[in-house]
Design a protein around this ligand. Structure first.
Ligand code: SF4
Ligand code: SF4
Length: 431
């Protein structure tokens, strides 16, 4: 795709059928297209395998929506999600589709603030605003939204959201004791029953095993690309990998895995040929913290705009989504569900207490990514990540790891101030 020609394709008829605010949405579409062009297509020396992902963005409001609507027509459940705690294997095994709903845009925040309190996390407000303003075709297309109890802002928002779209809530434990695991297994079983009733069929052993493999393959492809970018100098920009990690939440999983695999082959070739992005002496930064939902590219844009490269995201839009695999070829459904529960209990979201695993994981990923420093990124009013940041900072100080903390939202207001801080940090780690 050539710079200067990028446009997110318009599907006004389909949007009208989905009961969207078409006029307003079309303006957002043009704005997103401009931002994408400036943020992504202006990068130099991108791998050619990124063309597929550029096209996924060009078709974000059309091509993929058509696929979801076709799935619905066949009676397959389409479930909107916000958290990596959804047991996707069960949805896939029932023939259904999971789509991550966007919550990374300032554009939908004012819609939410008409209803929700202002001083809650921008991710919750952005996501809610997309539904309240009828400005997201995914939200309009889903049969059900999957919510969870990981934080208070989300937990209470689901009650309000349920008035607009059917919202199913799973209780996520806050500790990892045996009683918590037992409780979560019971929640997983109840979720399976819910999905089966939506799909109108029972989840069978063969399908569940196939779904486990599909998800493992997808996670392995993401692990592979993350490992390749750890090469110093790195063959792909952090912005591009972030984009792939964001698209992972809404693309068809088998096709996505194949395309990430093709891109990885190209990156291996680039490594052999010594092709580096952005340059051999660029400062290498690891980001840890809250998920960066599409289209939140603010921090990556700032860091890479200043000449550095981001080489890892310890985040749910990042390693927290794909670091853990599941045992394959379970002999019966009960065993698979137990394996699944165990796998999901390894997620080290800051909603858990204690959460020592996350501190260890951040340090491990820092070493593996050959980064020069860590930026911990939190969203405003996210109490769990903001408080856990203290422990991450202490661990970095102990290990002499250069460290910076950024707390932000989606508005452009703090960009100038953040830019100054990021540049000072990069100077510190480049020296
Ligand atoms: S940070 Fe926690 S609540 Fe948010 S998506 Fe990740 S696991 Fe879910
Ligand atoms: S970033 Fe924090 S406050 Fe926002 S939804 Fe996630 S856990 Fe909740």
């Amino acid at each position: 795709m050539t710079a200067g020609k990028f446009e997110i394709k318009a599907y006004p008829e389909m949007w009208k059928d989905l009961d969207m605010d078409v006029e307003r949405f079309d303006k957002m579409r043009l704005m997103l297209g401009d931002i994408y062009e400036k943020t992504y297509l202006s990068q130099k020396n991108r791998p050619s395998g990124m063309a597929y992902f550029d096209n996924m963005i060009a078709e974000i409001h059309g091509g993929r929506i058509k696929e979801l609507l076709a799935a619905k027509k066949e009676g397959k459940p389409v479930i909107g999600t916000f958290c990596v705690y959804i047991p996707e294997e069960i949805v896939l095994a029932a023939g259904g589709v999971c789509v991550g709903l966007c919550g990374g845009s300032q554009g939908s925040v004012p819609d939410a603030e008409k209803i929700l309190p202002r001083n809650i996390c921008p991710m919750v407000k952005s996501a809610f605003g997309f539904k309240a303003g009828r400005i997201c075709p995914y939200f309009q297309a889903v049969d059900l939204v999957y919510g969870e109890t990981t934080c208070d802002a989300k937990k209470k928002t689901w009650e309000i959201l349920d008035n607009m779209v059917s919202t199913y809530v799973m209780e996520i434990p806050q500790m990892k004791k045996q009683t918590d695991q037992d409780m979560w297994l019971a929640e997983v079983k109840e979720f399976k029953t819910k999905v089966e009733s939506l799909a109108g069929k029972e989840v069978m052993l063969e399908e569940l095993n196939r779904a486990v493999k599909t998800m493992n393959n997808k996670r392995k492809a993401l692990q592979r690309i993350n490992m390749l970018r750890h090469t110093n100098p790195t063959p792909i920009s952090g912005k591009d990998v972030l984009l792939i990690e964001q698209i992972a939440f809404y693309d068809e999983p088998v096709r996505f895995t194949e395309k990430v695999g093709e891109l990885c082959d190209e990156l291996e070739q680039r490594i052999q040929d010594g092709v580096a992005v952005p340059g051999k002496n660029a400062a290498r930064v690891m980001v840890a913290g809250v998920p960066m939902a599409l289209p939140n590219w603010k921090l990556h844009n700032l860091v890479e705009g200043a000449g550095a490269v981001i080489v890892n995201e310890e985040s749910c839009i990042g390693t927290r989504y794909y670091k853990d695999l599941m045992d394959e070829d379970g002999e019966d459904i009960e065993t698979i569900l137990q394996n699944l529960t165990r796998r999901y209990m390894q997620i080290d979201c800051s909603c858990f207490t204690p959460n020592n695993e996350r501190i260890d994981q951040v340090l491990k990923e820092y070493r593996e990514s050959d980064a020069h420093g860590i930026i911990h990124y939190s969203l405003q009013f996210c109490h769990t990540y903001n408080v856990e940041e203290i422990r991450i900072r202490e661990a970095c100080e102990k290990e002499n790891i250069p460290y910076m903390f950024i707390e932000s939202d989606y508005s452009p207001e703090d960009v100038g101030q953040l830019q100054t801080r990021v540049e000072a940090f990069l100077e510190q780690i480049s020296g």
